[in-house]
Design a protein around this ligand. Structure first.
Ligand SMILES: N[C@@H](CCC(=O)N[C@@H](CS)C(=O)NCC(=O)O)C(=O)O
Length: 212
């Protein structure tokens, strides 16, 4: 029997208020599979002892990575686009719609997450004096202008680009610093999708098992 798609994550990550549970990036892959109705299983690599086999599949020793038959991919964005090729629910099949999904998925990763994650890290030590604050706020401002004109980023409907962007934006510290109600409503609208809740609950249950 062929193995279903396998999403790889850690066996455990710290819990509690400041822990990453609920935001570990395997959630992006779970969410995409849930949206598309793709069968998947989740397997673990050790969080504490990252072995050679892990680095062979994710050269930075991070997660997530994805196995699909004899294909293994790392980088959540690459995995999302791979999954999007399997389902029109994640990405339309017309050339224009597909191009919009590609550009907005990469924008989520490269124009937003690159800035927001840098800002987030610096904010842990610098608080309100974060020198990256203006850079981060500029990006939110421009995204706000886009989402003030339309409900979804690409192709006139929910796609994997929204899944990615909402996941980037829903980080609590960033959400608290976001001055734009339109963006908050976008996060709420996107994360209200039942597929998100299933993915979130799945991740929380997985790491709770790791506690045991
Ligand atoms: N660009 C990577 C980032 C992956 C990433 O930051 N993964 C985190 C978990 S969400 C991780 O493995 N952190 C542990 C580490 O960096 O050692 C992607 O999108 O897949």
């Amino acid at each position: 029997m062929t193995e279903p798609l396998t999403i790889w994550t850690y066996d455990w990550v710290p819990g509690g208020k400041s822990g990453p549970r609920g935001h570990v990036r395997d959630i992006r892959l779970r969410w995409a599979c849930e949206e598309a109705g793709l069968a998947y299983q989740v397997k673990s690599v050790p969080f504490k002892d990252r072995g050679e086999e892990h680095f062979a599949r994710q050269p930075f020793g991070q997660i997530p990575f994805l196995t699909d038959g004899d294909i293994t991919l790392f980088e959540s964005g690459a995995c999302l686009l791979h999954l999007a090729k399997k389902s029109e629910k994640l990405m339309p099949r017309d050339a224009k719609g597909e191009a919009e999904v590609l550009e907005w998925t990469i924008a989520g990763l490269n124009s937003m997450e690159m800035v927001t994650v840098s800002w987030w890290f610096v904010s842990l030590s610098e608080g309100a004096d974060n020198p990256l604050k203006d850079w981060m706020l500029q990006r939110l401002k421009h995204l706000n202008a886009v989402l003030s004109e339309r409900e979804w980023l690409a192709a006139g409907r929910f796609t994997v680009a929204d899944l990615l962007m909402a996941d980037v934006l829903r980080v609590p510290r960033l959400r608290a610093a976001n001055p734009y109600p339109v963006l908050e409503t976008y996060i709420e609208r996107t994360c209200a999708r039942p597929a998100f809740k299933r993915a979130f609950d799945g991740q929380m249950a997985h790491f709770a098992l790791g506690d045991a």
